[in-house]
Design a protein around this ligand. Structure first.
Ligand code: DGT
Ligand code: CA
Ligand code: CA
Ligand code: ZN
Length: 589
């Protein structure tokens, strides 16, 4: 991906502009919507926005009007946007950031600002806690409780990054370091290498000669990269990135310590502690400098990670497994599984087009995915009618879309696009689309998009019992940083999925990651078929597959646990099997 960071920064500015317009009031509503859309589109462009601007191709990007195109050109040319600077000064900016938090609307914030003269987050929190907001007309204890809950959830994404953001940031920073000729080797370590769903700070390890260390640390802590420097020493430094305010730790080692340092700084801490105990029992001590014998302090391994595990009588395992969840015991028996990888994925089973809330036509999606991925199939799964804000389709539209897909496949000369739908599960467990329509589709994903308050177990089991439902989408409904999972007994859902032959989704949207790693592990142990999907709403989002695969790997899944590692014939057979098995619509359980 040729994203040098402009996309992220510009998307953030446009997001802020949208918030400011929203804050300013209803007269600016359309402007807010336009900037929101532009922000989302830019964030998921496959290439750096500068490339489009220089090629005078901004008007080819859907969702970018003339006015916004002008702002983009101004930003590429000058690094700022005048209008944004003006707007920024005109509003209590610290309060605006709060609009990202569940429970904080623009109207509430405006009233809090004007009636209580509050203009910082700190004062706002104080006022929530001391009752002065609860006493305002129209607020009350319940609303304040809601706001406090929103704040608590939001804290996870303030203190920690989403995996996807961390991957972009980590790769970008790593690339810059690798450009120094003094850097012999460099890689990501810590939770980012283990691909956890949220990342506290980014850890980078680099190997170089002793005499070159200063040069590398100088570059790393220079204003080109760092907004400010947290710590600086001979072999390590910590900075806050100029880019996006996130923390990066760099550690420098000699080349012959690469393996032991990478092992140590990859962690997890729990994995390392277990490993250290095991090493001690075998007469070794282990550190970032190498593996040494306790008796005579002889260094027996350290150049390569694999060497260390081998000396301890262990099989090396992928970083995603290193959480001390039994992987060390498994590796002692030489039974580390071959985990699913991105290269195994043969197609995406969940994506949206302009037929509902996606940004692209089916033609555009087909062309892009065929050019950029070695996929054999792509399922278009637009929303059903009850998802009104997402522009869901009614029966007639579904039928028209099917014809459109036939036309596109005809032009392609291949049945690349598969007919699908993300059908809403209604509050009573029935589906938002007649069986007669569903039966004509290749792949049906059923998801909960409403009524989050109640227990959803029965509802989801109901959907599993429909013979045309191939898969349950984002099964727990959580959004990292803004929404807790809805109430659902996942063990019961696993049971129903297994009994009915329904797959469960690992949805790779950065905020969803749903199922998460632990659930994916449980689902795998239960023998449920998983699918990994991106739920793409635009071209750049197909890249999320990497994050989805990471969840599966953290759940110790092999390719055989994941349906979309199979060719379409076999995926289709899975769907057919359920249809045959469920001869009658009566409950299967
Ligand atoms: P994070 O940043 O909170 O997402 O999680 P990590 O795992 O990246 O943790 P971090 O950045 O504090 O440390 C990076 C790695 O360094 C960690 O995964 C393992 C290693 N490490 C840190 N502290 C300790 C420790 O006290 N003992 C051992 N054995 N290893 C440690
Ligand atoms: Ca870290
Ligand atoms: Ca760290
Ligand atoms: Zn979707």
């Amino acid at each position: 991906m040729a994203d040098s960071g402009n996309n992220g920064k510009l998307a953030a500015i446009f997001h802020n502009m949208a918030e400011i317009y929203r804050y300013l009031g209803s007269g600016e509503r359309f402007r807010a919507l336009a900037y929101d859309k532009a922000s989302r589109v830019i964030a998921s462009l496959p290439d750096d926005i500068g490339i489009y601007a220089r090629g005078k191709k901004l008007d080819e990007i859907p969702g970018i009007g003339e006015g916004i195109a002008g702002k983009i050109e101004e930003y590429i040319a000058t690094g700022t946007i005048k209008k944004y600077d003006e707007l920024h000064k005109a509003v209590p900016f610290e309060l605006l950031e709060m609009m990202d938090v569940t429970g904080f609307g623009p109207r509430s914030l405006k009233r809090i600002h004007s009636e209580l003269k509050i203009n910082t987050k700190e004062k706002l929190i104080e006022a929530l806690n001391n009752g002065s907001i609860a006493r305002m007309k129209g607020f009350g204890a319940k609303k304040v409780e809601n706001m406090l809950r929103g704040l608590k959830l939001h804290k996870t994404v303030e203190d920690r990054m989403l995996l996807w953001e961390a991957l972009q940031t980590g790769d970008r920073t790593l690339d810059k370091l690798k450009q120094l000729k003094q850097v012999k080797k460099a890689g990501l370590a810590g939770s980012l290498r283990r691909m956890k769903e949220t990342i506290g700070d980014i850890d980078i390890l680099a190997a170089c000669e002793g005499k070159d260390r200063k040069k590398i640390v100088d570059f790393f802590t220079s204003p080109a990269l760092a907004k400010y420097v947290i710590a600086r020493g001979d072999t390590k430094a910590s900075i806050v990135l100029k880019d996006n305010g996130r923390q990066v730790d760099l550690r420098l080692v000699d080349e012959d310590q690469w393996g032991s340092a990478l092992q140590y700084f990859t962690g997890s801490k729990e994995h390392n502690i277990h490993l250290r105990t095991l090493a001690r029992n075998k007469g070794y001590k282990i550190s970032e400098y190498g593996l040494f014998t306790i008796n005579d302090d002889l260094r027996v391994a350290g150049r390569a990670e694999e060497e260390i595990y081998k000396k301890l009588g262990l099989q090396i395992m992928p970083p995603e497994m290193r959480e001390d969840k039994g992987e060390i015991e498994l590796s002692a028996k030489g039974k580390i599984p071959e985990l699913v990888s991105v290269a195994d994925i043969k197609g995406d089973l969940h994506s949206h087009s302009v037929w509902s809330d996606g940004a692209r036509t089916i033609d555009e999606l087909a062309k892009y995915v065929r050019e950029n991925y070695k996929y054999e199939y792509l399922v278009i799964s637009d929303h059903s009618k009850s998802a009104r804000i997402a522009g869901g389709m009614n029966e007639k539209e579904v039928l028209r879309q099917m014809k459109e897909i036939d036309r596109i496949n005809n032009n392609l000369g291949a049945a690349f696009i598969k007919k699908g739908m993300e059908v809403d599960i209604l509050p009573d467990g029935k589906l938002d689309m007649a069986d007669e329509i569903l039966s004509q589709l290749d792949w049906v994903t059923a998801s909960v998009h409403s009524n989050f308050g109640k227990d959803n177990t029965g509802r989801i089991i109901g959907a599993c019992q429909n013979r045309y439902v191939c898969c349950i989408g984002h099964p727990t409904g959580r959004l990292i940083g803004s929404r807790e999972p809805y109430k659902v007994n996942m063990e019961e859902v696993f049971g129903a999925a297994k009994a009915t032959g329904t797959a469960l989704e690992i949805n790779a949207q950065p905020q969803r990651m749903d199922l998460n790693d632990e659930m994916a592990m449980r689902a795998r142990e239960t023998g449920i078929a998983l699918v990994i999907t991106t739920d793409s709403h635009d071209l750049g989002q197909f890249a999320y597959m990497k994050a989805g695969v990471a969840i599966a790997r953290r759940g110790w899944c092999k390719a055989s646990n994941v349906l979309n590692t199979l060719s379409w014939n076999e995926v289709s057979r899975f769907a057919q099997k359920k249809r045959m098995k469920a001869k009658s619509p009566a409950p299967l359980l």
